[in-house]
Every structure is written in structure tokens, then in C-alpha cells.
Design a protein around this ligand. Sequence first.
Ligand SMILES: [Zn+2]
Length: 259
Amino acid sequence: MCLLWLLSGGDLAAQVRLSNNPEETVYNLCQDFQALYTHIREQSISPDSARTRFSAIMRALRSRFPSVESLQSDSSVVNSDSLHKPVSPFVFPLRGHSASSIGGSRGEGYRARGFDLFDFNVQGSHPAQDIFVRDRDQDSIEDRTGQPVDVLAMTSGLVIGIETAWLPGSEYRGGNWIWLYDPLQHGLFYYAHNNAVEVLPGQWVKAGQKIAEVGRTGYNAFKTRSPTHLHLMYLRILPNGLPEPRNTYDWLVVAQVMP
Ligand SMILES: [Zn+2]
């Protein structure tokens, strides 16, 4: 084992248990994801090993929620037959804010090209929307209300990973982040640059529930040239368990705004 570990260049994939055990609980899968993403961020796992482990965790999560597919098709039938405009299942992720707070015009800040979740050396893409708050003095307090801005879950889901220990000077770009698994859509929401994170891995949250407060954590987000914002990314999980970024702009435009 030791020799193998040395030969693989200290790759932590050899040390970390793979989730093949059918008895493994959802909470164990959350712990696996938390460990994996930390390794990806610290580049202490090779991109190939990370890809394999990520896929295993995602396929295991999907198998834990087998009723989701029928639920999804049922609800789409109801919506298409309804005479009334269906209520969006999405909640706008900043309380008291709406689509006008999205950076750029018409969500043009989204650039998925070249994105690789598993290789932190690959930079330049931005498969996400940035949603800004009014915070001229950059104290993470909204200037009009004098209060922090709540980050709300866009959909119901399972918290599978969090970071809460970011400190100024740290080179981590995401700062204090949250990964939320949405079993209905089989995808992951990523909320980054938070100040206070108010959820724990393994916790279920409902759409609209407060999960954090907007902050300026993250290597670039902390710099004065960066206005205070939430970085929101959604990754659809493909049948092979691998992620594909999807632009959330259309969802944000129709999302329910929480006062
Ligand atoms: Zn961003």
C-alpha cells in the first residue's frame, strides 16, 4: 500500500475509501464528497482520480433516491396541463434581490468553455452567475438595509459539502462555499464567497431556506476591485456521473423573489 502510494506520486485516491458499499449511508456520501472536493481544491488528488471518485459518489447518490424520476415526470405533466402559469420551483438565491442584481446584461457573465471541476490549474472559465449586493464600503452589510444579505437555497436539496475556515490571505478562490445536491434535477448547486455558512454536510434544506450570508471570502472576491457578490454555479450530473455546467440565468429570471 505504501509503495503503491509512493509510486502514484502521493495521490490521495489510494488512501481514500471508494464508495462501493451499498450499506453506505447518505451521510457517508456527504463526507466522501467533502473530502474529495477539499483534495481537488488543494490539488492533492490527480484530476483523473478525482473524476473517478466524483462519478462514484454521484451515481451512489442517485441510487439513494430512486423515486425521484417518477416524481419529476408526474410534476411536469401537471404543469403542462394546467391552465395557470406554473409557479417556478426556483427561489432567487439572495433575499430581497431579483434578476436585476445579476452581473452583466442578460447573464453574459457565464462562460463555461474550458471549465474542468477536477483540475484547479485550468482557469479562465466562469460557468456561473455573479449576483451583486449594494455594499460600497465592502463590509458585507447591505447599504440600504444595514443588514447582511441572506443566501437562500434555490431548490430543496442535501448539503454535501461546506467550507467555513477561509481566512484573508488564503489563495482559495471559492472562499467559504456550499455544495448542495438537488435529487429532483440530479445536479449540484455551488454557492461561493459566503460570509457565515449556516448549514452542515448531511443536512436537508428546503427551497428558500437560509443557508448562508453573502460575503467577500475567496482570493479574488476579497480584493477591493471585486464588488460583494454571490457566485452561483449549477452542474448537471450526466448518466456517467460526471458534471456539466448549465447556465442558471433562465432559472434566475423566473425565480420566486423572497422579501
Ligand atoms: Zn463568479
